[in-house]
Structure formats: structure tokens, C-alpha cells
Design a protein around this ligand. Structure first.
Ligand code: BES
Ligand code: ZN
Length: 589
């Protein structure tokens, strides 16, 4: 079976990439990266074809390590995979070199005009390569089971900084005046799956948070970012107790522009975070805990392809909640788990016509992984692991986790690998928890673990009746309790309830985006029009898909706001990252 990943043209009978050297000149006027990449194979080629993944690249020249031109064909685009670049490699070749340009529409890249930044004076560029967008930046074997190290040089305007998810080797300025450039050099010594390749170029500055952690942000946000994420070193320590030493040396953070399509992205050595986490009260730092936890689950042990995505995300949610519990107590962990449970029920409802996408192990040939994305691998994966933990006890479950990480360190793994490991360490455990229903069945098995806590039960009880909480009660609620209440409220609610909630608690002016969006969704699904100006404001100022999707969905759901949804998307789509344009565009029907 030569293709181990339905989302890649990588063929394991062909030479495999061990490392690459990348040089990119960043041109903001044309929105193009002019690049040279040299791929080095794990061993000299036997001679024959080499299939690489590309999307939208303009290929100028393909040669071997000695500069000899190589025959190649750029195949017609497949709507999901992109274009196969087929190169004929001579026997004995140690690698190939490709001179190429990216497209201004490269699916991984967002080019921001100065007006779209905080500072309003400089442009900004950033990448988002997961799931399968690295190929729009670098022609490569774009599948997680081919780990690669790399070196890179970014040639940027001297007024800007270039950063990458790699070790910085320094900056060298060239020329003066308008055309002055800077060369920023990087090396990534730890082998990574291509989806963890990442870069950003913009007017960013940094502040040290600890010996190994530093935060980068636009100057106007650096203070707020340093305060909100000051806990990073503490999070790392808890994770190290749970999982063993941190293997990536540095652990820096980059606060992204508001159009960043995710809450966070676990780019190694440089986690990307949405600015919507800057709530001013550290109430959203579980996202930071989540991305840090990926340094073990996901980055150290990587699912071989998107079909086993739950191995990345389910384990990481489990670790995230362990960190939250260790630092803030079990009650908050339980509230987060309960919120996750609500989200999981919503995901099941959205997948009602595709129950096979609610299995933990999925089959994704012919499916765009960005469109299959949902809470299922996260929250069902979490509940599966909690069920294993409950059945065997914390101590023995932690030993299982350690064995999992130890066995597949810097490797790739499948669901079957996990099954085999559990079976060998804890014979019979999988049967006892009914693992096959978890892995290959829809929805949730009957006897699943359920998070419990007093505060949680109180919030649920209130929400289930659609009751407005008394001020004595709600004034003591944490942001997580508010969010859970709003998510658990049956929808639609009568306008009186919406009005009472908003006038008593000022939800429409909430600074916590999680609470705000949960509220706006409840209000929109209830047809409560006074919130619409705020909905427009949010859709026009943020590109995080976790907010765009439910907001647009709730507008589309009601006849009277359907046209508004289309109109708002038409107006704002240009400000969204290409991935968000694609995903939200798909919802418009
Ligand atoms: N790796 C994901 C983001 C991602 C997933 C990007 C799939 C592209 C394809 C990241 O770790 C993540 O899960 N982020 C969440 C954080 C949350 C679960 C705490 C997010 O963005 O909301
Ligand atoms: Zn994640």
C-alpha cells in the first residue's frame, strides 16, 4: 500500500525527504514568496519518479544537487490535494532543488494590508499549514509521517521582523533607505511533520517571560500579551511532570493578528495564538495550555494522517485539562469538560447526516480535512481517554501515557498502534470499556465518563429550564460558568429572556469573546434583533473560525437573517484567512 495518507501524493516506494533548506524572498507588493528549496533524501535515490505535493506554485526550474535540470510534470489540480509535481530523479541523486514562486492566493498564507494590523503602518504576513497547506508554501512530501528537519532564510523588508517556528540564527541587514532588506536565518533541528512549518513577518517585538519562553506581538499589544501569558512557564512545568522533559528547547509565543483562523496553533518553539485570548483576566489561558501540551501529544507523537486526528487532539485536550486542574483546581477542569460535552452534542447534531464522521477513526479519502473538522476528535477523544483512566486508575493510566510517548517519540502513529500498545500494557482493558464502539462507532457509547461538579450541576439545572439566574448567584459565576450556562440554554429563547439577560448582565458588551459569542449565538437563534449590530462588528473584526462558524450558522438558520449572513460574508470575506474563506464559504450553500 504505497500511499499511507489519502491527503498526500507521497509514495513510500520513492525517495523520502530527510531535511530541506529553504530560501524565500518576501514581496508584499506582489504578495509572492520567490523561493528556492533543496530537499535532501534519507538515502541516495535508486532512480525513478518522485511525487511531491504542491498547491498553486509556479515552478521555474527543477534540478539535482549538481545543478543538472530534471524532467518534471506539474499535474492538473485536484480540488483537495492540489497539484502533483512528478519529478524524474536519476539514480544516485541525494536530493532535488526547486526554484518556484507561491501564488498570491496561497492557501496557507494571509497577506495583511497595514490597515488590517494594530499599528496600521506596516503590512503583515503569516502562515497556517495544518491540515494540508504546507504544500502551498513549499513543494514537499506533505504528510505527517515524513518527518523533516530544515534550515531557512527569510529575506524581508528591513523595517519588519521575520519569525519562524524554529531556532533563530540571527539577522543581517542589507542596503539602506526604502529598499533595505534583512536576512533572517533559522534552523529546525528537531524533525517535524510538514504541517508544523510556520512563519510570520511583521512589525513585532518581544518580551522575555522566563529563561526559555518569550512572547512576540505587535508593539501596541506586547504589554497585554506579556501579562496574559505570564503563566506559560508554570504550564510547562506541570506538563513536564505529566509527560516528561520538554524536548523543543525554546517555547516562544506569537500573538497573531485578529484574522488568525484558530485559537491557537502548536507550531513548535513558537506557538501561534489568537489575540482574542487577551481577555485581561487570564480566563482563556486553557488554549495556551492546550497548545503547549501538543509539544508532546501531536508534535512528539503525531498521527500518521488526518484519519487519526483524535490521537493529536483527544490526547491534547486530556493534557490541557490536567494542566488546568493542577493550576486552578478540579472544579474548573470539570466546567471545561462540561463545556466540551455541550460542544460535542452540538457536533453530533451537525453531523446527523454523516454519522461516520463522528467515529474517532475516520475515513477521509475524497474529503477535505478542513471541512471535516469538528469537536468530535477533541471531546469524544477526551471522553474515551477518561473512560480508560476511570477503568484502570490514574496511576496505571499515566504509565500507559508515558509508554505511548516513549514508544512513538518523534514518530507517527495510527489508531491501531494505540490499540496495540494498550492491549500489551493492560490486556483486556479495551474490551472492558467497549473500545471498538468508541473508535469505529457513531456518537457516544452508553457508559461513558461524565464530568461532575456541584457548580456544574447548578448551572445545568438553571439552563435546562431556560431560567435567568438571580444576580446574587450569577455575580459569583466564573467566565466558564457563564459560557456553560449560555451554551446549555435551549434555543430559541423568548425575547423577554434575552432582554432580561442582556439588560441585567450586559452580555452584548462582554470583553470575553467566548462568553460574547455564546451569547450572540443564543440571541441570533432566538431572533433577538438588538444584538445584530454587535454580531456585524464581531464578524468584521475577527477571523477565528470557532466564532465565525456558529455566528454565521445562527444567522443562516433563521429566514429573517439569512440574507444578512450572505451580505456580511460578501463584505468581510476579503479580511479572512484563505482557510476561513473556504470553510465559511462552504456554509453559505
Ligand atoms: N492544531 C489545532 C488547530 C488546527 C486543527 C488547525 C486542525 C488546523 C487543522 C490546535 O491545537 C487547536 O486545537 N486549537 C484550538 C484550541 C482549543 C481546543 C483549546 C482552537 O483553535 O480553538
Ligand atoms: Zn489542538
Amino acid at each position: 500500500m504505497p500511499r499511507r495518507d489519502p491527503q498526500s501524493y507521497t509514495d513510500d516506494t520513492q525517495p523520502l525527504t530527510r531535511s530541506f533548506d529553504w530560501h524565500a524572498r518576501v514581496d508584499f507588493d506582489s504578495r509572492v514568496l520567490s523561493c528556492t528549496v533543496t530537499l535532501t533524501f534519507t538515502e541516495p535515490a535508486r532512480g525513478g519518479p518522485l511525487d511531491l505535493d504542491t498547491r498553486g506554485l509556479g515552478i521555474d526550474r527543477v534540478e539535482d544537487a549538481t545543478g543538472q535540470a530534471l524532467a518534471h510534470t506539474l499535474h492538473a489540480p485536484d480540488p483537495i490535494l492540489g497539484q502533483r509535481l512528478a519529478i524524474t530523479v536519476p539514480a544516485g541523486a541525494t536530493g532535488v532543488r526547486i526554484v518556484y514562486r507561491t501564488s498570491p492566493e496561497a492557501s496557507a498564507l494571509q497577506w495583511l494590508a497595514p490597515e488590517q494590523t494594530l499599528g496600521k503602518e506596516q503590512p503583515y504576513l503569516f502562515s497556517q499549514c495544518q491540515a494540508i497547506h504546507a504544500r502551498s508554501v513549499v513543494p514537499c512530501q506533505d504528510t505527517p509521517w515524513v518527518r523533516q528537519t530544515y534550515t531557512a532564510t527569510l529575506d524581508v523588508p528591513a523595517t519588519l521582523r521575520g519569525v519562524m517556528a524554529a531556532a533563530s540564527l540571527g539577522r543581517e541587514e542589507r542596503g539602506t533607505g526604502d529598499g533595505a532588506r534583512a536576512l533572517e536565518r533559522f534552523a529546525m533541528p528537531q524533525p517535524i511533520p510538514p504541517y508544523l512549518f510556520a512563519l510570520a513577518v511583521g512589525d513585532v517585538v518581544s518580551r522575555d517571560l522566563s529563561e526559555r519562553c518569550r512572547v512576540w506581538a505587535e508593539p501596541a499589544q506586547i504589554e497585554a500579551a506579556a501579562w496574559e501569558f505570564a503563566v506559560v512557564e508554570e504550564h510547562l512545568r506541570v506538563a513536564e511532570q505529566l509527560f516528561g522533559p520538554y524536548d523543543w528547547e525554546r517555547c516562544d509565543l506569537l500573538v497573531m493578528p485578529p484574522s488568525f483562523p484558530y485559537g491557537g496553533m502548536e507550531n513548535p518553539r513558537l506557538t501561534f495564538l489568537t489575540p482574542s485570548l487577551l481577555a485581561g483576566d487570564r480566563s482563556l489561558v486553557n488554549v495556551l495550555a492546550h497548545e503547549l501540551a501538543h509539544s508532546w501529544t501531536g508534535n512528539l507523537v503525531t498521527s500518521t494522517n488526518a484519519e487519526h486526528f483524535w490521537l493529536n487532539e483527544g490526547f491534547t485536550v486530556f493534557a490541557e485539562r490536567r494542566i488546568v486542574e493542577a493550576l486552578e483546581g478540579e472544579e474548573l477542569g470539570a466546567l471545561h469538560a462540561a463545556l466540551g460535552y455541550e460542544r460535542l452534542q452540538q457536533a453530533f447534531a451537525q453531523h446527523a447526516e454523516h454519522p461516520e464522521l463522528t467515529h474517532l477513526r475516520t475515513h477521509l479519502a475524497g474529503i477535505d480535512p478542513d471541512l471535516a473538522f469538528s469537536a468530535v476528535p477533541y471531546e469524544k477523544g477526551y471522553l474515551f481517554l477518561k473512560s480508560l483512566e476511570a477503568a484502570v486508575g490514574k496511576k496505571r493510566f499515566d504509565a500507559l501515557l508515558a509508554a505511548w510517548l516513549g514508544t512513538h517519540r518523534f514518530g507517527a502513529a495510527t489508531t491501531d498502534d494505540f490499540v496495540a500498545l494498550v492491549e500489551s500494557h493492560e490486556p483486556g482493558l479495551l474490551d472492558r470499556v467497549g473500545a471498538s464502539a468508541w473508535l469505529d462507532g457513531p456518537g457516544l457509547p452508553k457508559d461513558h465518563y461524565e464530568p461532575q461538579s456541584k457548580r456544574l450541576a447548578a448551572v445545568r439545572e438553571l439552563a435546562s429550564h431556560g431560567a435567568v439566574p438571580a444576580t446574587e448567584l450569577a455575580s459569583a459565576w466564573s467566565p466558564a460558568e457563564w459560557q456553560l450556562y449560555l451554551e446549555a440554554m435551549p434555543k430559541p429563547q423568548p425575547h423577554e429572556v434575552c432582554r432580561a439577560l442582556d439588560t441585567t448582565y450586559g452580555l452584548t458588551s462582554s470583553k470575553n469573546l467566548e462568553i460574547l459569542v455564546s451569547w450572540l449565538v443564543l440571541a441570533c437563534e432566538s431572533g433577538y434583533a438588538p444584538v445584530l449590530p454587535r454580531v456585524e462588528e464581531v464578524l468584521g473584526s475577527i477571523g477565528r473560525m470557532k466564532y465565525l462558524k456558529p455566528l454565521y450558522r445562527s444567522l443562516l438558520r433563521r429566514e429573517e437573517t439569512r440574507a444578512l449572513a450572505r451580505d456580511l460574508f460578501a463584505r468581510h470575506r476579503g479580511a479572512y484567512h484563505p482557510i476561513a474563506q473556504q470553510v465559511v464559504g462552504g456554509m453559505m450553500g
